[in-house]
Every structure is written in structure tokens, then in C-alpha cells.
Design a protein around this ligand. Structure first.
Ligand code: FE
Length: 155
């Protein structure tokens, strides 16, 4: 092997762990920042894929006009126009005008096959989406209140 190549390899080996630990530190920092601004329940739901107890959240029985944003990053997620009373105990939406901010990923946890809904901007866990919603979409976004922040429509 050429001496220059060996030097380069040694250099990469030596510098990589340093770079990795710097990245880990950055992630820890942002996790700490997120933790500082959320309640323990908001943190558990959005960062650890938790679920609030049904019929306990701030918005399951709340029908003011406005926009629902991500509690972590503020991205717009849902609108009161498509919020409906599903009876499941969590805020339910039949559609979203902000689909660009929502990502759906397969979830095989807890022995079920579901589709998880996350914030595309910050990866916060929001809830799940089911196909038992009202017409015309037939969709039910079942979202934790703890992952949302409601912004009232200005009059
Ligand atoms: Fe977010």
C-alpha cells in the first residue's frame, strides 16, 4: 500500500471517533433542549412514541376554530375544519391541509399493524392513522393532544 494511502487511512481512523462523539453531543443537546420546553407527558408522547390516556387530553373534546401545530417545532399539522368527534377519546381529523408536514410510517409495535403519523419537520410522534374515518376521505388521523399546540383563528 502506498504510504500516502496509509497516512490517509490513519487520519480517517483517528478523526472519525472525534466527529462521531461531536455529533452525539449535538443530539444530546437538542434532546435536552426539547426536554426543557415540553411537559413530561409531551416528551413521552412525541419523543418516546407514548400515548396519552383516552378522554384525558386537552383537545379530544375541543372544537374551537383554528390550526393545530407541532408542540415541538411549530409546524402546521391539522385544521379545525376537518376535526370531528370520533368517540375514540383522542383528537380526530378526517384530513389535513398540511400533508407536506406529515409523514406516515408502518408501525408493527404492540403486536399490531398500524400506520404511525409523525411530524415531517422534527420526527415527533403524533399518533396513528386509520381507515375508519368519515366520508369523503374515510380517514381518521388519531392524534395525541400532547403532541399538538392549538393556535386560534384570528378574528
Ligand atoms: Fe414537529
Amino acid at each position: 500500500m502506498h504510504f500516502g494511502t496509509i497516512t490517509l487511512l490513519v487520519f480517517i481512523m483517528l478523526t472519525n471517533p472525534i466527529r462521531l462523539s461531536a455529533q452525539e453531543n449535538r443530539q444530546d443537546m437538542s434532546k435536552q433542549e426539547i426536554k426543557a420546553k415540553l411537559t413530561p407527558l409531551q416528551y413521552k408522547v412525541t419523543q418516546e412514541k407514548g400515548t396519552e390516556h383516552p378522554f384525558t387530553g386537552e383537545y379530544w373534546d375541543f372544537f374551537e376554530k383554528g390550526t393545530y401545530t407541532c408542540i415541538c417545532c411549530g409546524a402546521k399539522l391539522f385544521d379545525s375544519d376537518t376535526k370531528y368527534h370520533s368517540g375514540c377519546g383522542w383528537p380526530s381529523f378526517s384530513d389535513s391541509p398540511y400533508k407536506d408536514n406529515i409523514e406516515e410510517v408502518p408501525d408493527y409495535s404492540h403486536g399490531m399493524v398500524r400506520v404511525e403519523v409523525i411530524c415531517k419537520q422534527c420526527n415527533a410522534h403524533l399518533g396513528h392513522v386509520f381507515n375508519d374515518g368519515p366520508k369523503p376521505t374515510g380517514i381518521r388521523y388519531c392524534i395525541n393532544s400532547a403532541s399538538l399546540k392549538f393556535i386560534p383563528k384570528s378574528k
